[in-house]
Design a protein around this ligand. Structure first.
Ligand code: GDP
Length: 599
C-alpha cells in the first residue's frame, strides 16, 4: 500500500462505552472477520479483561477497506488501547503509534472522567480526534446533551460528532469516511532508513518474544540485522507480518504499516516498550518520540498462605512477569508471613488483576500486604533514598524530610453531590483546584491527591456517594514534601516491624488505635499482662492492655478424664504452632493477616 492510503488509528473510550463492540463492527464490515465469529469479542480475549471491562494488552489489527467514494482500497490499522487509568502509560504508547483516534462516548452516559483524560492524552500526542457518540439506538440516548458536553469541556465542535450504534451497525460508514478524510496518512521520512516503534510485546513459548511495531520509515524483512536503540542489542529477523486479526506472515513491512516482528529475542526483559528499532549498520541514532520508561507506582508484599507453596508462587509470578514486564519482583521475607515477594505494580487495579490471576490461573492462595507508594526520604546526611516498604524506613533521627507522590485527578460527579465529594477530597488530603460545569447536572473537578490516599477505598467511596454516577481518573504528578511519620506498633515495649506503616501525622493516632484494637481482639490472654502501644518516634499515641490469666487450661475439666485432658493439651500445642513469638508474647498469624491484608 502506498503511504497515502494507510491510516493508523486507535479507539479511546471510558469503560463500557462500546469500544470493543465498535472495534468488532469495524473488523466485520471490512471482512476481516466473519459475522458468525462476532459472538466471541475478538480484541480483548482474556477472561479477566472481559469480566472487568478492561483491556490489558494492546493488539493491533490490519483491515482493508474499500472506499466507494474514491473507488480505492485503504489499509486501516487499528491499534487497540487498554482502557483503564492504571494503564495510561500503555494508552500513551499506543497513541504514539497513531495519527488519529476515535473518541467514543456513550450517548446515555455522556462524558466521563476517562473520556476527558484520554482526550487530553490524545491532544498531547497531537492526534486528530474524531468524536463518536455511540448507543443512539437506546431510548435514553441524549445526543444534544452529549454534544453540548463535547463543546463545553473538550472544546470539540459538536457538528464533528458522528452518531452511531455499534450494536445495530448505524453510522459505521461515516466513521470509515472520517478516518480516511480527517486522519492524515503516516508522515514520510525521505532517507528511507528503518525506523520502527515498539509499542508492545507478547511472549510465545514457541516463537519467543513477538514485537508489536509501528513502521515509521524504511522496510524490514526476514534475515535483516536489527538494532534496538536503547539497549544497543542486535538481532536477526526471523519473521515479519500483520494481524488480520490472527498473525499472518508477510514478505516485508513498509513505512506506515503496523504489524509484528519476530527475532531471536528470548526474554521480554531484553526489550523496552517504546524503543526504536533500526538497522544494525547505517541505522538511525535518534529515537522516535514516545519512549517512556515504565515504573511501578504501587508496592505490596505477596506471600503464600501456606509456606509450603512458596515455590509454586515463585513459578507463577515469574510466568506472569514474562508477559507483563510492568510487574517488578524482588524476594522479601517477613517475621510474620515467612518468605514471599515485594511486587511493584502500575496502580491498584493492576495489583488486583495480578492477585486474581495468581489464584485463578495458577491456583496459589496468597496473602497480600497493605499497598504502599514510593516515598523519597531525605536524610540529614544530604542523601535521598527511596522507600517502598515502611519496615525499611531509617530511624526518624536520621530523617530530614519525606516526600510522597501526588496525582492529578479528574472527578466527574453529579452537581447535587459536590458537598459530600468535597468532604471526601479533604478527608483524603486532596485539594480541588477548579470546578466547571458539564451540561446542567454534572461538574468536572480538577484535583490533586497524595497517591497513597486514593489507593484503597477512594473509588468505592466516590461511587457510593454518587450512587454510581461519579467517575475518576488520574495521572502521576510531582512529589511533594509532606508531614509523614513512621507509626510503630509495640507489644510489651518491643516494636513489631511487620506492622510499621508510614502515615500522615494527622492520621497517625487513629490508624494506631485501629491497629492495636484489632491486635487486642486477636491476641489470646497470657500469664502476664500485655501492653499494646502505637508510637511515633518514641511518643506513645495510643495504648491498650490485655489482662493476665491463669495458664492451666485443664482447670476447667472436672474430674479425672485423662484422655480429655490430653486432648486439650494437644490442642493448645497445635494452637501454638500458628503463633509467632515476640519477646514472650505469642501473636497468632491471623492477627497479622487482619492488619496487613488489603481489604
Ligand atoms: P468497552 O468496555 O468500551 O469495550 O464496551 P463494550 O463494547 O464491551 O460495550 C459495553 C456494553 O455496551 C456491552 O453490553 C455492549 O453490548 C453494549 N453496547 C455497545 N455498543 C452499543 C450500542 O451501540 N447500542 C447498545 N444498545 N448497546 C451497546
Amino acid at each position: 500500500f502506498p503511504r497515502e492510503r494507510i491510516r493508523n488509528f486507535c479507539i479511546i473510550a471510558h469503560v463500557d462505552h462500546g469500544k470493543t463492540t465498535l472495534s468488532d463492527r469495524l473488523l466485520q464490515m471490512t471482512g476481516t472477520v466473519a459475522e458468525n465469529k462476532m459472538k466471541e469479542q475478538i480484541l480483548d480475549s482474556m477472561d479477566l479483561e472481559r469480566e472487568r471491562g478492561i483491556t490489558i494488552k494492546a493488539h493491533p489489527v490490519t483491515m482493508i477497506y474499500y472506499f466507494p467514494e474514491e473507488k480505492e482500497h485503504y489499509q486501516l490499522n487499528l491499534i487497540d488501547t487498554p482502557g483503564h487509568v492504571d494503564f495510561s502509560y500503555e494508552v500513551s504508547r499506543s497513541l504514539s503509534a497513531c495519527e488519529g483516534a476515535l473518541l467514543v462516548i456513550d450517548a446515555t452516559q455522556g462524558i466521563q472522567a476517562q473520556t476527558v483524560s484520554n482526550a487530553f492524552l490524545a491532544e498531547k500526542h497531537r492526534l486528530v480526534l474524531i468524536p463518536v457518540i455511540n448507543k443512539i439506538d437506546l431510548p435514553t440516548a441524549n445526543l444534544t446533551l452529549v454534544k453540548k458536553q463535547l463543546e463545553d469541556s473538550l472544546a470539540i465542535p459538536a457538528d464533528e460528532a458522528i452518531a452511531t450504534s455499534a450494536k445495530e451497525g448505524i453510522g459505521i460508514d461515516q466513521i470509515f469516511k472520517a478516518i480516511i478524510q480527517k486522519i492524515p496518512p503516516p508522515p514520510s521520512f525521505p532517507d528511507q532508513i528503518l525506523r520502527a516503534l515498539i509499542f508492545d510485546s507478547v511472549y510465545d513459548p514457541y516463537k519467543g518474544v513477538i514485537l508489536y511495531v509501528r513502521m515509521f520509515s524504511g522496510k524490514v524483512k526476514k534475515g535483516d540485522k536489527i538494532l534496538l536503540l536503547s539497549s544497543n542489542k542486535t538481532y536477526e529477523v526471523k519473521e515479519v507480518g500483520v494481524f488480520c486479526p490472527k498473525m499472518v506472515p508477510e514478505e516485508a513491512l513498509y513505512e506506515g504499516n503496523s504489524g509484528y516482528i519476530i527475532a531471536n529475542i528470548k526474554n521480554t526483559a531484553e526489550i523496552k516498550i517504546g524503543d526504536t528499532l533500526t538497522w544494525e549498520t547505517g541505522g538511525t541514532t535518534t529515537a522516535l518520540p514516545g519512549f517512556q520508561e515504565i515504573s511501578p507506582m504501587v508496592f505490596s508484599g505477596i506471600y503464600p498462605l501456606n509456606s509450603s507453596e512458596f515455590e509454586k508462587l515463585k513459578n507463577a509470578i515469574q510466568k506472569l512477569q514474562i508477559n507483563d514486564p510492568a510487574i517488578t519482583i524482588s524476594p522479601e521475607s517477613s517475621v510474620a508471613l515467612g518468605s514471599g515477594f515485594r511486587c511493584g505494580f502500575l496502580g491498584l487495579l493492576h495489583m488486583e488483576i495480578v492477585q486474581q490471576r495468581l489464584s485463578r490461573e495458577y491456583g496459589v492462595d496468597i496473602i497480600t500486604t497493605y499497598p504502599s507508594v514510593i516515598y523519597k526520604v531525605s536524610l540529614r546526611s544530604g542523601k535521598t533514598i527511596e522507600v517502598d516498604n515502611p519496615a525499611k524506613l531509617p530511624d526518624p533521627s536520621y530523617i530530614d524530610h519525606i516526600a510522597e507522590p501526588y496525582v492529578k485527578s479528574y472527578l466527574i460527579v453529579p452537581s447535587e453531590n459536590i458537598g459530600e465529594v468535597m468532604q471526601l477530597i479533604s478527608e483524603k488530603r486532596g485539594s480541588c483546584e477548579s470546578t466547571e460545569s458539564l451540561g446542567h447536572d454534572k461538574v468536572i473537578m480538577h484535583c490533586y491527591f497524595p497517591l497513597n490516599e486514593i489507593l484503597v477505598d477512594f473509588n468505592d467511596k466516590l461511587k457510593s456517594i454518587t450512587h454510581g454516577y461519579g467517575s475518576m481518573d488520574y495521572t502521576p504528578d510531582e512529589y511533594r514534601i509532606s508531614d509523614l511519620v513512621k507509626l510503630d506498633i509495640l507489644v510489651n515495649g518491643e516494636p513489631i516491624e511487620a506492622l510499621s506503616c508510614i502515615v500522615h501525622s494527622s492520621k497517625a493516632e487513629s490508624r494506631g488505635r485501629s491497629i492495636i484494637h484489632k491486635l487486642k481482639e486477636r491476641i489470646p490472654r497470657h500469664l502476664f499482662k500485655i501492653a499494646l502501644q502505637a508510637a511515633v518516634g518514641g511518643k506513645i499515641l495510643a495504648r491498650e492492655d490485655i489482662g493476665a490469666i491463669g495458664k492451666n487450661v485443664t482447670a476447667k475439666c472436672y474430674g479425672g478424664d485423662i484422655t480429655r485432658k490430653r486432648k486439650l493439651l494437644e490442642k493448645q500445642k497445635e494452637g501454638k504452632k500458628r503463633m509467632k513469638t515476640f519477646g514472650k508474647v505469642d501473636i497468632p498469624q491471623d492477627a497479622f493477616l487482619e492488619i496487613l491484608k488489603t481489604d
